[in-house]
Design a protein around this ligand. Structure first.
Ligand SMILES: [Mn+2]
Length: 325
């Protein structure tokens, strides 16, 4: 800095001297361009000096923490896809039923991606965006998600967008023995009944198809997970749950905004049908139209957004229409 100030001072004096020269010895006007030339060259030298200093400074800083930086970069690149084959033979498709919860998605994506990458769980997150004028159908969105997920995934997580795992001991690995209910009744902040399988549930794709996926008859909020529990039982599968988690109801962050509208209406026959085990519809009968596929990153978290239009069989489930107030 001192050197730079000194040089600026010297340049000014230099220029002033040439200016005085004009009056003193009546020099020709040619002195002025000469002074300007001198100033320009001084400026150029100063600029060069500044650049060299910052470059050297940067190199010095870099050298100081070289190991950490390159490690960091390596880790970030490695983790970017959330899919390193050295992490194991299995890969999970995280299926997230979604509509109108952009702010929750912005929290959910980076959180879950980093959570799973820390555990070295190979994964890809699929956001199933219901883009039609019908009531929300979580079950059909999951059915569609499983069908649309890439073939390199061999197990799924049905995952609510508003439920963030906080405890690193929660296990998201391949559920070889049977469906694995991560958000168990003794851990979920809101639902504590013993047959609860909502929130976050892992299944191999094989197990999912053994149940024929979920019923497509549930339009509006809730109950589809209870019907799915009966499918699991009837398929002869046993639900497993986390063991030895000590964080209780603090295990998850539930983004539960009570002001958010949840469509809990029961229209006509729906009141009765919601409790009946559906043996007709499932992943084998789900009908939808894929409108767009969008690859998206939130921070470094990649995901695929499938916007789908669900099909409603109005003679079977007339309650799929959004009720008028
Ligand atoms: Mn919720």
């Amino acid at each position: 800095m001192a050197l730079i100030s000194c040089l600026i001072l010297r340049a000014t004096i230099w220029c002033l001297e040439s200016k005085t020269n004009i009056s003193k010895w009546g020099m020709t006007a040619r002195t002025w361009p000469c002074c300007r030339l001198r100033l320009a060259s001084v400026a150029a030298v100063l600029l060069l000096l500044c650049l060299t200093t910052s470059l050297l400074g940067g190199l010095w800083l870099n050298a100081g923490c070289w190991g950490t930086r390159s490690d960091q970069i390596k880790l970030e690149t490695k983790d970017l896809a959330g899919d390193d084959p050295s992490w194991g033979p299995h890969k999970m498709a995280v299926i997230v039923p979604f509509r109108d919860r952009f702010d929750e998605l912005l929290q959910f994506l980076p959180h879950l991606h980093l959570f799973l990458s820390r555990q070295r769980i190979r994964h890809h997150i699929y956001i199933m965006n219901q883009a039609d004028g019908l009531r929300f159908n979580r079950a059909s969105l999951i059915n569609a998600g499983v069908l649309l997920s890439a073939n390199d995934t061999d197990y799924i997580a049905m995952h609510d967008v508003d439920l963030l795992p906080l405890n690193d001991d929660l296990n998201y690995s391949y559920p070889a023995l049977g469906p694995y209910h991560v958000s168990a009744p003794n851990l979920h902040p809101l639902y504590h009944y013993p047959t609860f399988v909502g929130g976050i549930l892992l299944l191999t794709k094989k197990q999912f198809h053994l149940c024929n996926g979920l019923s497509n008859r549930y339009w509006g909020w809730g109950r589809e997970d209870d019907e799915f529990y009966r499918r699991i039982q009837e398929a002869g599968l046993k639900v497993f749950r986390p063991d030895g988690i000590t964080t209780g109801y603090e295990t998850f962050h539930h983004i539960h905004d009570p002001s958010r509208h949840r469509d809990q209406k029961r229209i006509g026959e729906q009141r009765r049908v919601q409790f009946i085990r559906d043996r007709e519809t499932g992943v084998s009968t789900v009908r939808f139209r894929l409108l767009t596929t969008t690859k998206l990153h939130v921070h470094s978290a990649p995901c695929t957004v499938f916007s789908v239009q669900l099909y409603c069989n109005r003679s079977q489930t007339p309650w799929c229409e959004i009720p008028r107030k």
